[in-house]
Design a protein. Sequence first.
Length: 209
Amino acid sequence: MDGILLDTERIGVRAWIAAFAEHGVRIDEATAILPIGSDPHRTLEIFREAIGPDHDFEAVQRRCREIFHETATRTGIPVKSGARRILTGLRENGVPVGLATSTTRDLAHPELRIAGLLDLLDATVFGDEVAERKPAPEIYREALRRLAIEDPRGTWAVEDSVNGILSASAAGLSVAYIPDLQPVDHAVSKLADVRLPDLDALADFFGLA
């Protein structure tokens, strides 16, 4: 979702930087990018490892969410170029589309609704609906189950993060890698079947109008 359908990762990075600053901690963009694709618990672990343990990370996380919500309310949820085109095109061609995101339902569902994309998805799986989030394959396996797809071969996952690529690849899906903010090293990116610049290029790859 974030970084593929919604251009929210940039809002999230700025929110983390601002939230930490309010708590007297300066972080740069490279540090704020580190937890992209991780669940909330792992996100705090990553920041503890990067910054040190002596901070109230839970309070920073709460403030980050407040800042994110304030920004999204003021400016709206930015949708990635090509998102509506590819979701609409797949639907018109009878191709089912599922969403598998580590973001929890309470955060992700309203964002998708506000962005006008929720009704274009045939199934959704949120991070708090599985026991193991990305990079574990469970969330993609559950998405396949909800789409009534028994064989993952021939099904594509579209990912921008390390955890996402690892999760989809382990679940047996073909992977389209579309880079966003988080750097993905070669060892992980080579797991993808194709690398494309954006969703419009993916729509062209799939032969959609």
